[in-house]
Write a protein of this length. Structure first.
Length: 357
DNA sequence: CAGTCGTGGGA
DNA sequence: TTCCCAAGACT
């Protein structure tokens, strides 16, 4: 049961709090759709501090959308490197090009037009259209799920896709009387990340705790409700860092798998490292190539949904002829060692390269 | 529509 | 160390 007075108070107080406490963020200076869009894409599933670092890099390199549209894909990947969810980088580029080519470089103000652009989903379309064009669209993000779940004691599992509609309708009902929807959206997100935090919420200074279901019933930890997470899958990547004095041999990842479009070394996926080494050696030996194994380095890459054990095996090829033979044999591409920093590699490989140089 | 996509911060 | 979590989108 939701108390009527709680609903009435909610928006007004949250916005009042926002006016006094809103953060000074670089993309809040004006309501330039390009900047708002860029920041929203970078901030998807990303903490504010991290997002801002990348926002500054991007806005410096691409002050206007035309520059972003014209950029080489590899340039974008190299700036994006380390941020994760690399499809966002590809879609960022695609949307920049669509805006320039189909919209004369001007962002559409309509929610559905925005929604049709690559990488812009319901959240981002709502954010851009409300913040920049004052549409009545409500953002439903992790903050909104958490704040509303706690404040009203909502027993819906937020990671079930059908819950989205429920929270969207709830937002409409709550914020019916709010004129500046964009400000309301920013307000509830700031409130969620600064006061109603996932852990150790600051209920002691919360201005709506008197009418908060979870404060009254001490259920802050219980909400928001979630489906139990499944165990992470485990994979084993064995990388063979084939190289000579000046070059590495690398390949690009395709297919529908992790790290799509990023670069990597020659990979053999096997739980048993020795097996992988044997397979590698026997393939090489068939072609009578001389290879000297040096060190092996092991790391574990913890992702949200899987755990990857990664091993790196340094393989030095002395003869030029052997080097190009292996290049063809494994369909690899040679790259100058100094140029690796210009390419997109997954974090574990980037760390390895930094460690080597 | 449930599964998949990364990484870093914080407890 | 290990876990949860973050201004979600796509298939």
């Amino acid at each position: 049961m939701i108390k009527h007075e709680s609903k009435l108070e909610f928006c007004a107080k949250v916005m009042q709090w926002f006016e006094a406490n809103k953060r000074d963020l670089p993309f809040r200076k004006d309501k330039d759709p390009y900047r708002v869009w860029l920041s929203e894409i970078l901030l998807q599933q990303t903490q504010m501090g991290t997002g801002i670092k990348y926002y500054k890099k991007f806005i410096k390199k691409f002050p206007k959308i035309e520059k972003l549209a014209k950029a080489k894909e590899e340039t974008i990947y190299s700036i994006w490197k380390g941020l994760g969810y690399y499809n966002r980088a590809k879609n960022l580029h695609k949307t920049a090009q669509e805006i320039v080519n189909n919209y004369q470089g001007v962002f559409p103000n309509d929610y559905n037009d925005l929604l049709s652009l690559p990488g812009i989903g319901k959240y981002t379309a709502s954010a851009i259209s409300s913040i920049c064009f004052n549409s009545k669209r409500y953002v439903i993000d992790a903050n909104v799920y958490r704040v509303l779940s706690r404040y009203l004691g909502i027993n819906k599992k937020i990671n079930q896709s059908k819950s989205y509609k429920y929270f969207e309708n709830l937002s409409k009902e709550l914020a019916k009387g709010i004129k500046n929807t964009g400000a309301y959206n920013e307000a509830i997100m700031d409130f969620g990340s600064m006061i109603c935090k996932p852990k150790n919420p600051k209920c002691d200074i919360c201005i709506i705790r008197k009418t908060c279901f979870s404060y009254i019933n001490n259920t802050q930890e219980k909400y928001p409700l979630k489906e139990v997470v499944k165990k992470r899958k485990v994979r084993y990547f064995n990388y063979f860092v084939i190289q000579n004095e000046n070059y590495y041999l690398i390949q690009k990842r395709y297919n529908n798998d992790i790290w799509k479009n990023l670069f990597e070394f020659y990979l053999i996926e096997d739980k048993n490292i020795q097996n992988a080494k044997n397979v590698f050696q026997s393939t090489i030996n068939l072609h009578k190539n001389v290879i000297s194994h040096k060190e092996t380095i092991q790391e574990v890459s913890q992702l949200s949904h899987l755990k990857i054990h990664v091993s790196f095996h340094g393989c030095f090829i002395k003869k030029k002829r052997d080097f190009s033979l292996i290049e063809k044999l494994f369909k690899l591409k040679k790259i100058k060692k100094q140029k690796t920093k210009n390419l997109g590699f997954p974090k574990v490989i980037d760390n390895y390269l930094k460690y080597k140089t």
